[in-house]
Design a protein around this ligand. Structure first.
Ligand code: GLC
Ligand code: MG
Length: 249
């Protein structure tokens, strides 16, 4: 056994089965103590909503926290300002005001709550049915203004417009570089659309939990390789199954 970088999404991946989460926590905490394994959460939630989750669920203190779909990184979640080195990278070509102005013209796009509107992330709710028509139109309007952005649709309802240089996978790459950890000793876990970036960033070992959403399952089928594993079990049990499959634990 040796150390690895463990990265996981929270909602419907790590969190969803309380008992399984406690079991996985125990294994990971022990591994961190014995081998120096690093634990990272990569969530769509803002720091505000992350704090609501930790009040309800027994989450371990991570070595780094990636929030707001990769647009913010915290090394200490008690801090209120995200890592400035990361933020600086994201500001290149980012014109938040113009993006909001263009998006506001689409009545089908309903802004998410204020806590989820972040410096490098603008988020809306839109039904799957409306998304088929609206997203291509939105994209071409943003492109026609030469804007740089990263558009991510997840869970059949959430639309995130991010800085071109941010997503969960790019944030993991930043941490790997900082900590000198390679893809073969990194494992990433997820269940939905905004996790595709985790799996596609490179050759990280990937665990797709058994309860994954159709958008991720479709992507997995089209991009299957031996370093991505679709678990039979759900939530934290799926993660445990995958960690054993790759011999990390
Ligand atoms: C989380 C965030 C939300 C985002 C969604 C999908 O629910 O709170 O803002 O749109 O993840 O990435
Ligand atoms: Mg999720």
């Amino acid at each position: 056994m040796s150390s690895f970088l463990f990265v996981t999404d929270l909602d419907h991946t790590l969190v969803g089965d309380y008992k399984a989460l406690e079991k996985l926590n125990h294994e990971l905490e022990q591994h961190r103590k014995d081998y120096g394994t690093k634990i990272v959460y990569a969530t769509g939630r803002s720091l505000t909503l992350y704090k609501e989750l930790i009040a309800e669920q027994p989450l371990l203190t991570p070595d780094a926290l990636i929030t707001s779909v990769g647009t913010e990184i915290y090394f200490d979640s008690q801090e209120y300002t995200p890592d400035s080195e990361w933020s600086e990278k994201l500001s290149d070509g980012w014109n938040r005001n113009l993006i909001v102005e263009i998006a506001t013209a689409f009545p089908e796009l309903v802004p998410q709550k204020e806590s989820e509107q972040r410096p490098f992330k603008v988020s809306y709710l839109i039904s799957e049915e409306n998304s088929i028509k609206v997203l291509p139109q939105l994209k071409s309007q943003l492109e026609s203004k030469s804007l740089k952005f990263n558009l991510i649709y997840s869970g059949g309802k959430d639309l995130d417009i991010l800085s071109l240089y941010a997503d969960k996978g790019l944030a993991v790459k930043f941490l790997q570089y900082k900590w000198e950890i390679n893809s073969a000793t990194t494992v990433v876990c997820g269940d939905s659309g905004n996790d595709i970036a985790l799996f596609s960033a490179g050759e990280e070992r990937g665990i797709i939990v058994g309860n994954a959403r159709p958008e991720l399952l479709e992507w997995y089928k089209a991009n299957s390789t031996d370093y991505r594993y679709l678990a039979k079990s759900s939530y934290a049990n799926g993660i445990l199954e995958g960690l054993r499959h790759f011999n990390f634990i």
